[in-house]
Design a protein around this ligand. Sequence first.
Ligand code: MG
Ligand code: MG
Length: 255
Amino acid sequence: MVEIKTDAAMDAMREAGRVVARALAAVREAAGVGVSLQELDEAARAVLAEAGAGSPFLGYRPSFAPVPFPAVICTSVNDAVSHGIPTGYRLRDGDLVSIDCGAELDGWAGDAAITFTVGTPRPTDLDLIDATQQALDAGIAAAQVGSRLGDISHAIDTVARKAGCGMPADFGGHGIGRRMHEDPHVPNRGRPGRGFPLRHGLVLALEPMLMAGGQNTYRTGTDGWTLRTTDGSRAAHIEHTVAITDQGPRILTLP
Ligand code: MG
Ligand code: MG
């Protein structure tokens, strides 16, 4: 069931979203060559704790997962697309890193992801990040009252295709509110003019995951969580929580 939020609820979600943005900024600030993924998780944990926020990631166990998620961020490096568990791996020069983070504040959730490079970037990685950001921007621009869910999906897919990138077929965005994952599912591929009608108060997490190799297939790592490209190509994942309003899309996970 899709829950439509009140204006007060959207304002409350904005505060949860601010905490997510602060945590992601702290992770990015802490990241560098030689820094471990667990240290990035600690940086995010400190921000959540200071804000009095909980983590919807910590202990999360969807049906596909063999163990509860052990951290407050997902850290997905190079050929990892998403859901990577922070380990003792230390970042190396040229790594491509996606960080996904959620927060729960006063009973409301926020969810966002960023992708960045460490040290000297590969130009192709910068292009991939740029395409992923453009795909998200297109999805947000399509998130208008009177349009439909398929318009968002189609907008994201159009940018990904133009960039020659693949996207993992089974994963996409989602409704968000009191829980991080609510209805509806937001596919990153779809037909314009189809699907759930967008209206004031619908809040969605939009999250294109682009894979540079152009394939739409992925494999799950031995940890049962990490999604990796099947061709070993690099991937980027950028996400915002977005409220659809009569005044246009409102991004709730900006700083
Ligand atoms: Mg996320
Ligand atoms: Mg999400």
